[in-house]
Design a protein around this ligand. Structure first.
Ligand code: CA
Length: 235
């Protein structure tokens, strides 16, 4: 039987949690998943992730599961509008990954450097590409993966809700068979765990709720260096 779950955790080293995660059954069928990671270094990251995800969810509930693009545009407008209401929120922003699963079809939209992964036939595969300065530099051959991991600009996103000219998501699609899974997560999860760790945890848990809890526990056991956000659907 399919299952879904969402969970966030402050981690072990941060003072407060700027990650948001949702897993909601849509009226008329379909599961909505979303994670958002408030961009660090600017005040209001927690406001951007919370307000952005709430607005996206509200719009999807209002407009239906096909309206991911419109829902994200509305969420971006909302964050941009909030930026103008307080000087300290002027550059607040958030990553966002949203997904709607209807029957065995998943549609995913991404902005920023949170990620979607697929477990397909027991193998883990990264579905989304990071919208980040270092990912672009790696793609163009200017940095190696290792240099990117340590680069001072490693947290600079090129897309996100509230990022200037960065509000248009990239869409991805996947087909899920029974036993497959779709995982949305913030970097506080995937920077603490290897792909093989994630794969083994997803395969070892009997439902989405247990798998999400086990992923968060493992990220904390590996150091919990950042907030952790997870939204998971298991077909
Ligand atoms: Ca983070």
């Amino acid at each position: 039987m399919s299952s879904y779950a969402a969970l966030t955790d402050v981690g072990l080293t941060r003072g407060h949690n700027e990650d948001e995660a949702r897993a909601i059954e849509l009226p008329g069928g379909g599961i909505l998943l979303a994670v958002a990671d408030g961009v660090g270094g600017a005040p209001g990251g927690d406001v951007a992730s919370h307000e952005g995800i709430e607005r996206m969810v509200a719009e999807l509930l209002r407009l239906g599961p096909e309206a991911m693009g419109e829902a994200i545009a509305a969420a971006n407008d909302h964050v941009v509008e909030l930026q103008g209401t307080r000087p300290e929120w002027r550059i607040m922003a958030t990553t966002l990954v949203g997904a709607v699963v209807v029957e065995n079809q998943a549609r995913v939209a991404n902005l920023g450097d949170s990620r979607a992964y697929l477990l397909l036939g027991g193998e883990l595969k990264q579905l989304t590409r990071d919208d980040s300065w270092v990912a672009q530099a790696v793609a163009s051959g200017d940095l190696t993966e290792e240099q990117a991991r340590l680069h001072p600009w490693r947290n600079v996103v090129t897309k996100g809700l509230g990022v200037q000219d960065g509000g248009a998501p990239t869409f991805y699609q996947a087909t899920l068979e029974p036993g497959d899974a779709l995982l949305l997560c913030t970097d506080g999860l995937f920077k603490m765990l290897s792909d093989d760790d994630i794969r083994r945890i997803l395969l070892g848990a009997d439902d989405a709720e247990n798998a999400a809890a086990a992923l968060v526990e493992a990220a904390n056991a590996a150091g919990g260096m950042d907030n952790i956000g997870v939204a998971l659907y298991r077909a």
